[in-house]
Design a protein around this ligand. Structure first.
Ligand code: 3PG
Length: 413
């Protein structure tokens, strides 16, 4: 890949390889069952290419203190059935049990080590210099046991933590197939050779979307930004529309530092004007029923829950003209059927467009899967926060680590 090495650049047969994946998955809050194994499936290509190596997998699940921060036993089971080979779970990351299990690996064997987020070091060393991270027990104990580190956790690539970046100068670190494909596909969209190019930004993470809109417009990557969901509401407000108390209350609750984001949205509208499109009509949630309202008739006493039908039609026409489309986030409260229309119609329009299409973000992928159209996009990114950071032009610690490793170990480690 030029800037960094991939699995194509190393001979892994017979070698012990640590592989950092992102199989952080939605779990059923009641049973703990894995609800979607999409992320596990994504890593199969990497694991298949490591079939002659001795593989120890590092991964996280959930965030410390949250109910979904659980051991990776069922992840290992699911991986085994998808891979068609045994995958053994080891309930330790750096202890003697883990070290012995890694040492005893035979060619073709795969083990999954304990959830990295059970270890305070992941957080304690976050954002520290790589030299310092190399002194963490995680790196210090595991690096000497392996010949290579395969970095494949694109979706956690915005986290500068020991299991993402800490190994890069300790042992040769190369990109796995997920990272390789993400970078290839996202860069293709960002090169925007096929015009017109459009970003459709929705969902409630409006602060991240603002940074994405700004970066893409500033660099001429996109010709227009179509706003939906919470992002559209923020831009409507920034354009002087009075949304009504119920909608404003939701926005203030969901978007951190709302006033600062509103000011940033105003500045963007001032600079790019109509290249940032906002809905001309919306759908209100009136006691669970969908009620269409033109934006000029706002404010409303009921919360806005979707973009309106005219906007859906207009956006559909714009989508059909585009040749490159980047889409993130749902258009409305898609979990409630009456307000899923905008999301469903827009996703279908993008899936059917004769454009190179990239979609990503937690909810975005879940929606595409629920509609059964995930295969119709040019690329479905595994990233949520990592993807938004990449699209916003922020450096990803994971990619920096890969570059550093190549600089240290050379092109043929
Ligand atoms: C994700 O799900 O986006 C990644 O696994 C990163 O998770 P985090 O936001 O908890 O670091």
């Amino acid at each position: 890949m030029g800037e960094f090495l991939t699995l194509d650049d190393v001979e892994v047969a017979g070698k012990t390889v640590l592989v950092r994946v992102d199989i952080n998955s939605p779990l059923d809050p009641r049973t703990g069952r894995i609800l979607s194994d999409a992320r596990i499936r994504e890593h199969l290509a990497t694991l298949r290419d490591l079939r002659d190596a001795k593989v120890a997998i590092l991964a996280h699940q959930g965030r410390p203190g949250k109910d979904d921060c659980v051991p990776l036993e069922s992840h290992a089971e699911r991986m085994a059935s998808l891979l068609g080979r045994p995958v053994r779970y080891v309930d330790s990351l750096i202890g003697r049990t883990a070290q012995d299990a890694i040492g005893a690996l035979k060619e073709g064997e795969v083990i999954v080590l304990e959830n990295t987020r059970f270890y305070a070091e992941e957080e304690a060393y976050a954002d520290k210099p790589v030299e310092k991270m190399a002194k963490s027990h995680i790196v210090h104990r595991l690096a000497p046991l392996a010949q290579y580190f395969v970095l494949d956790a694109f979706a956690a690539g915005h986290r500068a933590q020991p299991t993402i970046v800490g190994f890069c100068e300790a042992i040769p670190t190369v990109a796995g197939r997920v990272v390789q494909r993400e970078v290839e596909m996202l860069d293709r969209a960002l090169r925007a050779e096929e015009r017109p190019t459009m970003a459709i930004l929705g969902g409630i993470k409006a602060d991240d979307s603002l940074a994405v809109a700004q970066h893409l417009l500033e660099h001429g990557t996109v010709d227009s930004v179509l706003t939906t969901g919470g992002v559209a509401l923020l831009f409507l407000h920034a354009g002087g529309v009075s949304l009504g108390e119920p909608t404003l209350a939701v926005l203030r609750k969901e978007i951190e530092e709302y006033d600062a984001n509103l000011a940033a949205a105003k500045a963007l509208v001032g600079k790019y004007g109509r290249r940032i499109e906002v809905p001309g009509d919306v759908a209100l949630n009136v006691d669970g029923k969908r009620v269409e309202v033109p934006v000029r008739e706002l404010p409303a006493d009921h919360p806005i829950a979707d973009i309106g039908l005219e906007t859906i039609a207009h956006y559909g026409t714009e989508v059909a003209k585009a040749r490159t489309i980047i889409m993130n986030g749902p258009a409305g409260v898609f979990e409630l059927e009456p307000f899923a229309v905008g999301t469903r119609e827009l996703f279908t329009a993008v899936a059917e467009a004769s454009a190179f299409t990239v979609i990503g973000g937690g909810h975005t992928v879940a929606v595409a899967e629920a509609l059964g159209i995930e295969r119709k996009f040019g690329h479905v990114s595994t990233g949520g926060g990592a993807l938004l950071n990449y699209l916003a032009g922020r450096p990803l610690p994971l990619l920096d680590a890969l570059r550093r490793s190549k600089a240290k170990f050379g092109a043929h480690p």
